[in-house]
Ligand binder design. Structure first.
Ligand code: GLA
Length: 383
């Protein structure tokens, strides 16, 4: 072997060792540790996970994250399926898990138009309730659920998605018409926040929605926050869901979103982060669970695995997004991913059922993806 060859060989061996060391140290590294000076890093847990049926997911959640949100199990239909029946089994497990691991626990969600049974809005004869009766029902629900976890659930998504992204009728504005708004009137939002505060005066209270990177949504969020503040009603933060794609929102849109919303004087949090890598069947960018499309083969191109170039695109996208989060760490309190691993993600079922999506940092075997290392790199670089 001549001198040049042995140099090349040496460099090769050295590089391999470096890569191995890097990978090994990154595997040791955790998201919660990497961003501990900046914001909490959370995940959403589902029923099967909290009931102990997927121990690997729980183990990963405990290792990587310092905050948890229930994915569905505290929604009205799950926790209060019938007028006189509450089911706290899964929620109790979630709270125990969070406390055991010293996590910031988020309650999601008290008042929403979706995943709320029809009976909530009807009397015993199936006729729509009057305002006072529905307020009473809302108050009871909030007091029962928030009261049960008083001092243990630290923050609540009190109202979810009360604003539409593109109002159909400009004169009516962008307040979403739901049974809550139609029966109670626009002050249902104030009432929900009041009741939650009564039930646990120390809990943080949030408004949660999607598409805040669009100006119209932000204008209405500003109205909502000032309306609550003008009436001396507690609101601590705005949850920005963060169901985003590889090409939206743009960097400028995200920057403007943070710039505008950080003026409101409440905390900001990314509450349901995932990045869709599959083709979109429409220009719809929101997270409206009622929107559905028929499957076609071209909408499910990665059924057998995500190609390397897509892994790279996803990693780059996460890196860009986390650089922006890091830049706005003074107003950003928490970044929560909507799920632990790709297999858990709702994006395998929405807006088309039965696709194979790859929106998170851990794959279906709970292994870190290139996107995980890209996110950690942001924390490393910014030290
Ligand atoms: C919305 C809700 C969440 C969840 C997602 C989809 O963003 O806030 O609770 O239902 O849709 O999983």
């Amino acid at each position: 072997m001549n001198k040049t060859d042995s140099n090349v060989l040496f460099q090769l061996v050295f590089c391999c060792i470096c890569v191995q060391v890097n990978t090994a140290s990154a595997q040791q590294a955790t998201l919660k540790e990497a961003f501990k000076e900046d914001f909490l890093v959370g995940t959403a847990l589902g029923n099967a996970q909290v009931l102990g049926k997927v121990p690997a997911a729980l183990e990963l959640a405990a290792k990587q994250f310092n905050s948890i949100t229930p994915e569905n199990l505290l929604k009205w239909e799950s926790v209060h399926p019938e007028p006189d029946k509450y089911d706290f089994k899964a929620a109790d497990q979630l709270v125990d898990f969070g406390r055991k691991h010293d996590m910031f626990i988020v309650g999601h969600t008290l008042v929403w138009h979706s995943q709320t049974p029809k009976w909530v809005f009807e009397d015993e004869q199936g006729k729509p309730l009057e305002r006072d009766a529905l307020l009473e029902r809302m108050r009871d629900h909030i007091h029962t659920v928030v009261g049960r976890y008083k001092g243990r659930i630290h923050g609540w998504d009190v109202v979810n998605e009360a604003i539409v992204t593109e109002p159909r009728d400009e004169r009516k504005g962008a307040w979403r018409e739901t049974p809550w708004s139609m029966i109670i009137g626009p002050d249902y939002i104030q009432k929900a926040f009041q009741y939650a505060h009564e039930a646990d005066p120390d809990a943080e209270l949030y408004y949660n929605d999607f598409d805040e990177w669009k100006l119209g949504k932000r204008d209405y969020i500003a109205k909502l926050v000032s309306n609550l503040k003008d009436n001396n009603i507690r609101i601590d933060g705005i949850g920005l869901q963060g169901h985003w794609g590889l090409d939206y929102p743009t960097v400028t849109e995200m920057e403007l979103m943070f710039q505008d919303l950080s003026q409101l004087g409440v905390k900001l949090m990314i509450t349901e982060l995932d990045i869709n890598v599959l083709p979109r069947p429409s220009r719809h960018t929101g997270a409206d669970v009622a929107v559905r499309f028929q499957d076609r083969p071209e909408f499910n191109p990665f059924a057998t695995g995500l190609p390397d170039d897509m892994q790279k695109q996803l990693a780059n996208r996460y890196e860009i997004i986390f650089r922006i989060f890091h830049d706005h760490r003074d107003s950003l309190d928490r970044v929560t991913f909507w799920g632990v691993d790709d297999g858990q993600s709702w994006l395998n079922y929405w807006p088309i059922a039965g696709r194979t999506n790859y929106p998170l940092l851990f794959d279906r075997n709970y292994q870190p993806k290139p996107a995980f290392y890209a996110v950690l790199r942001v924390a490393e670089d910014e030290k």
